[in-house]
Structures are given as structure tokens and as C-alpha cells.
Design a binder for this molecule. Structure first.
Ligand SMILES: [Ca+2]
Ligand SMILES: [Ca+2]
Length: 217
């Protein structure tokens, strides 16, 4: 007996069986292709993981003390790289983009150049303009040319598209240039990784001083 194939999702009945006829090689090929396409139409496409399903493992910080508990301090304040209202989003309503992954730094000294570098599992650095292979993009680079950040030095990297890629991530905060400012430079780093959050105040002592946070998904 020849089997019938029906699609419960579409509710369409299966095609009636053709009348008995000679079944050549071409008919077999057409039948196999139709069966494949028909079956493919019935498959459910996996949805992107919600933030609650992001599995964060192996969190390791180099020369920084991470806080994972959020203490609300009132309404959200801009350009401090801190989730003041503990809603899981860093500096929302301040013109910064956000995603299931978000990494933000802020510092006070207007001329000092600090750099936030986030690399995904493929090792490529998140840059401005377009997402890297991991879907990460940087939406601010301060202090920027021509005082582009207006003294509000915040750098922000977020997951712009797709689900978080599994693998190892590295978040580095580096003091690029003091530009005449006397160290140390205090930098707030906050990270949103799915439903988990981390924050720390980094004290950078000299040029090229760097602190890193690594984790796996
Ligand atoms: Ca917030
Ligand atoms: Ca804030």
C-alpha cells in the first residue's frame, strides 16, 4: 500500500493518488522532490533564543571585581554605563542601542581615549558600521573626532542581529591615550549577557593598561 503524506499545519489535504500508470525514473525523481518540498513546508523553523535561554558559562575576569547583583538607585541616568533602575538594560533612553548581549563603558575625563573591544567566537572585533560575524556592532567610539561625544564618553557594543553565537567571547577595556590627563582613570563597565548582568569599576593606571572579561555561551 502506498503511503499518503499530509500536513497538519497547513490543513491542506494530500493530493489524490494518480491513476495506476507506468512509473519511470523521471517520475521517481519528481515524486522524491515533491515529497521533500512538501515535508520541508511542514517543518517548524527554530525561533531565536529569548534572553532567558542564553546559557552563560565560564565567566572569568582579569584584574577586576565583578558585581552580579543589581542595586536600584532610581530612574535610569544616561552616560554612566550603569543599569540604575535594574531593568536589565544599560542606559536605555539615552540613544544607545541594546540587545540580548550589551557591553558598555563610561568615563569622566573628556579628552582621555579609552577603548572597548569585544570579540566573538570567531575572533573578529566589533566595529562601527556593520555587525561582525557574531552579529556584534559598536555604536559609539569616544571621545571621537571634533568632540563628537560632547564630553559624554560612553562606548557601547551590542548584539544587533541574530541569536548569540555559541563559543568564547572576550571583552577588553584598554586605556589608549591619556592626552595630558593624570592617571588613574576610573571606567565603569557593565555587561548584559542574556538575563545575567555584571558591572565593575576599573582603575586604569597607565597607557595601554587593560582589563578583560571572558565568558562562554
Ligand atoms: Ca536600565
Ligand atoms: Ca545608566
Amino acid at each position: 500500500m502506498r503511503a499518503r503524506v499530509s500536513c497538519a499545519l497547513s490543513g491542506r489535504p494530500a493530493s489524490p493518488e494518480p491513476a495506476a500508470a507506468p512509473f519511470g525514473k523521471r517520475d521517481w525523481a519528481r515524486g522524491a522532490l515533491a515529497l521533500f518540498l512538501f515535508a520541508a513546508g511542514c517543518l517548524e523553523v527554530p525561533k531565536p533564543k529569548p534572553a532567558s535561554d542564553v546559557d552563560v558559562r565560564d565567566v572569568a575576569a582579569s584584574t577586576m571585581v565583578l558585581e552580579s547583583a543589581c542595586s536600584p538607585t532610581g530612574i535610569e541616568l544616561c552616560f554612566d554605563a550603569y543599569d540604575n533602575n535594574c531593568n536589565g538594560i544599560i542606559d536605555e533612553g539615552c540613544g544607545l542601542e541594546t540587545g540580548v548581549l550589551q557591553f558598555t563603558i563610561a568615563w569622566q575625563e573628556p579628552a582621555v581615549d579609552v577603548d572597548l573591544r569585544v570579540t566573538g567566537p570567531d575572533g573578529s572585533n566589533a566595529r562601527r558600521g556593520e555587525p561582525n560575524e557574531a552579529g556584534l556592532v559598536k555604536d559609539r567610539d569616544c571621545p571621537g573626532g571634533d568632540n563628537g561625544c560632547h564630553g559624554q564618553n560612553v562606548e557601547n557594543v551590542y548584539l544587533a542581529e541574530g541569536a548569540p553565537r555559541p563559543g568564547r567571547y572576550r571583552v577588553a577595556v584598554r586605556l589608549e591615550d591619556l592626552r595630558g590627563q593624570k592617571p588613574p582613570i576610573r571606567v565603569r563597565l557593565s555587561a548584559r549577557i542574556g538575563q545575567r548582568q555584571f558591572t565593575s569599576v576599573l582603575v586604569l593606571e597607565e597607557r595601554s593598561d587593560e582589563r578583560t572579561l571572558e565568558f562562554s555561551l
